[in-house]
Design a protein around this ligand. Structure first.
Ligand SMILES: C[S@@+](CC[C@H](N)C(=O)[O-])C[C@H]1O[C@@H](n2cnc3c(N)ncnc32)[C@H](O)[C@@H]1O
Length: 259
């Protein structure tokens, strides 16, 4: 993770200005995430994070009710998505200690839920969010340990050299900043090996420069990764929305994986 010198702003965290968001996992357990009344956009849990975390949960319990690509009812346009979801499911099932990194994690929400389901996660964000993420990991650590998960916290500024590779990258609502677009894609490439899977969720925004940013992001992503859109009917049956998109990104082999 980044050891380079970066400007550290005030921590996005004041212990007396936090409020809690409690969400239920599908297995009945509760996750408590502390959000900050003051600070930048990463201080709260965004809707895309809820949709992505619920999709991850849905995948874990996918086995018995997964749609089969051979089913008559399956639309041919869905076949790629089902294959990508099956790939992800197999990866999680065959590797209970799957290594994951969440980029731009903010409160740590998505990564903490993946860890509470057994993944070995590092949640990352700008240095000023490290204390908030650590607070949330501490508050949920008992839940994480129940499933032999692990959640580390680290600063990772997009575009700074990451020395490690990971099995899974989690990304929610990070297509937001013009200057950080290419650095974000560079970090995704840096952290990827040929079999890395990236789960990228974003809320579609139609104001200001956001449509152009989203278009540019996926144009840059497409240079390195195949993009498979996950239709709403393959997402969590309750926590999904037409304007929140999940894409599974799979490395184009020649582009990544060089040590
Ligand atoms: C809209 S928030 C989303 C937070 C969280 N993923 C969620 O969905 O709840 C975008 C996040 O990206 C982080 N971020 C922005 N620029 C960054 C950069 N250059 N390097 C690392 N993180 C960055 C912000 O600090 C913030 O936490």
């Amino acid at each position: 993770m980044s050891k380079e010198s970066v400007e550290v702003k005030e921590p996005s965290f004041q212990v007396d200005r936090l409020y809690t968001r409690v969400t239920q996992l599908d297995d009945g357990r509760s996750i408590s995430i502390y959000q900050s009344e003051v600070g930048d956009v990463g201080c709260v849990v965004w809707d895309a994070a809820i949709v992505l975390a619920k999709f991850y949960e849905h995948i874990i319990s996918y086995g018995s009710r997964q749609a089969k690509t051979s089913d008559q009812s399956v639309n041919s346009a869905d076949v790629k998505a089902i294959q990508a979801v099956e790939l992800l499911y197999e990866k999680i099932q065959s590797n209970r200690a799957i290594q994951a990194i969440e980029l731009g994690s903010g409160t740590g929400y998505v990564g903490i839920i993946a860890a509470a389901l057994g993944a070995q996660v590092t949640v990352t964000d700008l240095p000023e969010f490290v204390e908030l993420m650590k607070h949330n990991v501490r508050k949920n650590n008992a839940l994480i340990l129940e499933r032999n998960g692990r959640c580390d916290v680290s600063a990772l500024v997009w575009g700074t050299q990451a020395k490690m590779k990971t099995d899974l990258i989690l990304l929610s609502d990070c297509i937001y900043y013009e200057q950080a677009l290419t650095p974000l894609v560079n970090s995704m490439v840096d952290l990827s090996k040929p079999d890395t899977i990236i789960l990228c969720c974003h809320e579609e925004r139609t104001t200001d420069n956001k449509p152009a940013l989203q278009k540019q992001f996926f144009k840059e992503v497409a240079e390195h990764f195949s993009i498979v859109s996950v239709p709403v009917h393959l997402q969590h049956p309750t926590f999904s929305s037409e304007d929140i998109h999940i894409n599974i990104l799979l490395p184009k082999l020649e582009e990544v994986g060089h040590p």
